[in-house]
Structure formats: structure tokens, C-alpha cells
Design a binder for this molecule. Structure first.
Ligand code: NCD
Length: 304
């Protein structure tokens, strides 16, 4: 994988994903073996949109591999405030770093950066489009705690229209032949047509529903997402759909004992905090998997 860009999770094969999982698991078992793996290497983290987990887990991953990160997350302190273009900014960091991680509100920004840069580019979120490394973390969490990804009943809940994490997760799931895929959302926030037509092309069956209570008992995985307030062109539309679903212990009474409730985080109010201490809560474990997975990805694309 040396030198590879990761713009969409579909840039990776099932086999490559399983290799990443195996390496991440080895890193979790023996982190000290890898502590000098990227010594002398530099990673550029270019965040044009807010981030907590993605930015700091990449930074942590690079530090735990012995490498260094150049971070910018406040464009007002860079030459972008003087009118420098995205293309020129990428050219600069391409000259400084061994790999570039970029998050931007414009769909296609990461692909644009990858076309310019010689260094490998990782998409850390481009608008409502893709967020591949989040999906790799999500799949790894299932692989780690369930020991399999095939044949599961998977529900994806919330803002499927604007959510890039959910879109990438759904594309990722499509590589592992789920038993049933339930897309649960208000009608206004259904998965985009172009993503559905990709799923049709892959021959993946899915069921669209608004009825969370109706499907909860069938699920092995419930992937919950935040309604993406910042993406709504019309605030009145957000007001109509906000708070559409709340996952709480009442709802989970009819769930399978082994149900995993996941969430890419940040959560607002879509999972009530009473779930946090229950057997169903996997979202903080999932966030923790961000470090070994990003360590594995950085090692593989920088060093091979
Ligand atoms: C997600 C994102 O930025 O798309 N966050 C993340 O990276 N874990 C999800 C979200 O913001 O809702």
C-alpha cells in the first residue's frame, strides 16, 4: 500500500482491509515494537473543518510510531487568510511531509489534493461525501469484538443523507456481504440516490425504513449517527427532523443481548447517556480503535 491515496473506502479491497485489521491488532498487542517505525517521518494534518477524534487520533498515531505531525486547524493563522489557494497550500505541504491528511467542507477536495500531491493523501472527510478511515475503524471494531463481518444484520440510523461517516460505513459493509442491511432514517434524510444506485450495482439488498422500534430486535449492529446540522441548506428543515430518534434503554429492552450500538461520535442527543454503561455501548471502544487503525494505515502508506 506504500504511496497509496485513500479517498474512498472503495479504494481498498476486502483483503487490504483485513490486512489493516491484522496489523492494527498486532499493534494493539505489542505497541512497543512499532514505536520507532516512522521515526524521522512527517505527517501533515490539514483540517479546514472542526475535528476532535480524527485530528487527535492521527496525531497520536503518528507520535506512537515515533513520527512528527504538522497540524493546522485554524486557517486564519495560515496564508489562506491572505488568499492562498487550496492547490498552492497542498503543494507546500507536499514539499514538507511524507503523507497528507485533509478534511474540507468541499466534496472532492481530497481527490483534488491527491491529484496535486506526490505524497499519499488520506481523506479525513470531504463535505457529505466520504470519510474512509472512520469506516475502517468502524469495521475493525466489529471485526475485533464480533470476530466476523459477514452475515450480520446491520442497521444504520439517523442522517443518511448528509452523513459522510455513515455513507463510508455503508460502502465498507457492502464489501463484507451482510445478511440484512436496514437503512433507518426520517424520509427527508434517506441515503442519497447515487449511493443507493452503487449498492444496487454491487447487488447488495437493503431495506429503507423509518421504524426503528420495528427492526431493533433483528439487529446485530446498530450504527447511530448525528443529524448533520451544519449541512442543512434550510435551518427549518433541520428543526423538523432534529431529535427524530433517541436510542435509550427503553428501546434496547427488545434488542438482542449481543447487539453492538456504535456511533462515529460526536453524539448530540441521539444516544441517551443511560446506554453508556450498558453492555450495548461500543462507541467509546470504537473511538479508541482510531489510534491502532490509523497507526496501521500510516505505516502501510508511508513505509509499506
Ligand atoms: C464524523 C464526521 O466528521 O463526519 N466525525 C468523526 O470523524 N468521528 C461524524 C460527525 O461529525 O457526525
Amino acid at each position: 500500500m506504500k504511496g497509496r491515496d485513500i479517498i474512498s473506502i472503495l479504494d481498498l479491497s476486502r483483503k487490504e482491509l483485513l490486512n489493516i485489521f491484522k496489523l492494527a491488532s498486532e499493534i494493539e498487542d505489542a505497541p512497543n515494537v512499532y514505536r520507532d517505525e516512522l521515526r524521522g517521518h512527517v505527517l501533515a494534518l490539514l483540517f479546514f473543518e472542526p475535528s476532535t477524534r480524527t485530528m487527535y487520533s492521527f496525531q497520536t498515531a503518528m507520535a506512537r510510531l515515533g513520527g512528527y505531525s504538522l497540524v493546522f486547524s485554524d486557517t486564519s493563522k495560515t496564508s489562506i487568510a491572505k488568499g492562498e489557494t487550496l492547490g498552492d497550500t497542498i503543494r507546500m505541504f507536499d514539499g514538507y511531509a511524507d503523507a497528507i491528511v485533509i478534511r474540507h467542507k468541499i466534496e472532492g477536495a481530497a481527490k483534488y489534493a491527491a491529484d496535486i500531491a506526490e505524497a499519499p493523501v488520506i481523506n479525513a472527510g470531504d463535505g457529505t461525501h466520504h470519510h474512509p478511515t472512520q469506516a475502517i475503524i468502524d469495521l475493525y471494531t466489529i471485526w475485533k469484538y464480533r470476530r466476523r463481518l459477514e452475515g450480520l444484520n446491520i442497521g444504520v440510523l439517523g442522517d443518511l443523507k448528509y452523513g459522510r461517516a455513515s455513507t463510508s460505513f455503508i460502502y465498507g459493509v457492502s464489501l463484507f456481504k451482510p445478511n440484512k442491511l436496514f437503512l433507518i432514517s426520517p424520509t427527508e434524510l434517506r441515503l442519497k440516490e447515487e449511493v443507493k444506485s452503487d449498492l444496487d450495482k454491487f447487488g447488495l439488498d437493503y431495506i429503507e425504513t423509518t421504524d426503528l422500534e420495528g427492526v431493533i430486535k433483528d439487529l446485530d449492529i446498530l450504527y447511530v449517527t448525528r443529524i448533520q446540522k451544519e449541512r442543512f441548506p434550510d435551518p427549518a428543515e433541520y428543526e423538523r427532523v432534529k431529535g427524530s430518534y433517541v436510542v435509550n434503554m427503553d428501546l434496547l429492552r427488545s434488542a438482542r443481548e449481543t447487539l453492538m450500538v456504535m456511533h462515529p461520535l460526536p453524539r448530540v442527543d441521539e444516544i441517551s447517556t443511560d446506554v453508556d454503561s450498558s453492555r450495548y455501548a461500543y462507541y467509546f471502544k470504537q473511538a479508541k480503535c482510531g489510534v491502532p487503525i490509523r497507526m496501521a494505515i500510516l505505516k502501510l502508506i508511508i513505509k509499506g
